[in-house]
Design a protein around this ligand. Structure first.
Ligand code: PHE
Length: 340
């Protein structure tokens, strides 16, 4: 076949193939096949070297025309395909603007915070101020000044997370008692709500939980005041007819100490699974401030007396809402949390 005929048939073939190309990537492949370094058109340029001067002229012209034609056609087709691909993409993404919108979901307080606010509200209405202390606490505040010396067996009661030899994650809010007594002059009454940490995890324990501490110090503060305040709290929170009882107990920082029970709110005292058939539910630890604690913070134990109490907030939240696994409170399942 004559070279010119060959070029013409390459041109024809190119046009046929171009028609069949349906994507920009297919188009790139076509460009490589014809115009790439080793492409069909590019290879013909190499024949120029062997052609006579006469042939060179007409061959060069024909080759150039073929190349320009192919380049132009590819560019034109590319623009078409791009438009088409864009149209398809827009169509696929098209929005139905008549659909109703998704409203933003309202956030709300975590159930534990809701309970914390309720408890705090009851005590502030009885004239208690609110104090705070650090969650990373020194051994002195968390134990020593609360009459729990090093190696005292009472330290076994609390599974402590140690940060270092003398620094712990506070195991209770009682260290805020010490901070409050250093900061405030009697008479005063405060509560201290906050997070506490213990190395413990099961259906009724999480490594972090919340407590509300209470402390009232003044002249002539008696166990009667303690009973009155706690009974008022329990009756305001759970209802006026709930029975309350104080059982002797032990805490190194209070003397005497008591555990406070209320009548089971589920079975009304007749005995059920929640109260383990006793009819009573324990909700507080409390007692009169141990004079030894006063000595650590330079409060005169001859002149002042006081009472302290501490309660677990998750426990009260569980009783309030009938939750039987404390861990649900911290799994952050929106379906669970949005019920409160
Ligand atoms: N700190 C005690 C606890 O965590 C509770 C408590 C506080 C007891 C104040 C008496 C007085 O178990």
């Amino acid at each position: 076949m004559d070279l010119m005929d060959e070029l013409r048939s390459i041109g024809k073939e190119f046009k046929v193939e171009l028609e069949g190309v349906g994507s920009t990537s297919g188009l790139d492949a076509l460009r490589v096949k014809y115009l790439g370094k080793k492409g069909l058109v590019s290879q013909k340029f190499k024949l120029m070297g062997t052609a006579s001067p006469e042939e060179k002229k007409s061959l060069g012209k024909a080759l150039n025309e073929l190349k320009v034609m192919a380049e132009g056609a590819i560019e034109a087709r590319k623009a078409e395909l791009r438009d088409e691909e864009l149209r398809q993409a827009i169509k696929a993404e098209s929005l139905d603007t008549t659909l109703p919108g998704k409203g933003p979901r309202m956030g709300r307080l975590h159930p534990v915070n809701q309970i914390l606010h309720r408890i705090t509200g009851i005590f502030t209405s009885m004239g208690f101020g609110v104090e705070e202390g650090p969650e990373v606490e020194s051994d002195f505040y968390n134990f020593e000044a609360l009459n729990i010396p090093k190696n005292h067996p009472a330290r076994d009661m609390q599974d402590t997370f140690y940060v270092s030899e003398d620094v712990v994650l506070r195991t209770h809010t009682s260290p805020v008692q010490i901070r409050a007594m250093k900061k405030l002059a009697p008479p005063f009454r405060i509560i201290a709500p906050g997070k506490v940490y213990r190395h413990d995890a099961d259906i009724s324990h999480t490594p972090m939980f919340h407590q509300v501490e209470g402390l009232m110090v003044g002249e002539d503060i008696t166990f009667g005041h303690l009973k009155g305040i706690l009974e008022t709290f329990i009756h305001t929170y759970f209802g006026p007819d709930i029975p309350v009882r104080f059982r002797p107990s032990f805490f190194p920082f209070t003397e005497p100490s008591a555990e406070v029970d209320m009548g089971c709110i589920f079975c009304k005292g007749s005995g059920c699974r929640i109260c383990k058939s006793t009819g009573w539910i324990e909700i507080l630890g409390a007692g009169m401030v141990n004079p030894k604690v006063f000595q650590y913070v330079d409060v005169d134990p001859e002149r002042y007396t006081g009472f302290a109490f501490g309660m677990g907030v998750e426990r009260i939240a569980m009783l309030t809402y009938g939750i039987d696994d404390i861990r649900m409170l911290f799994e952050n399942d929106i379906r669970f949390l949005s019920q409160f």
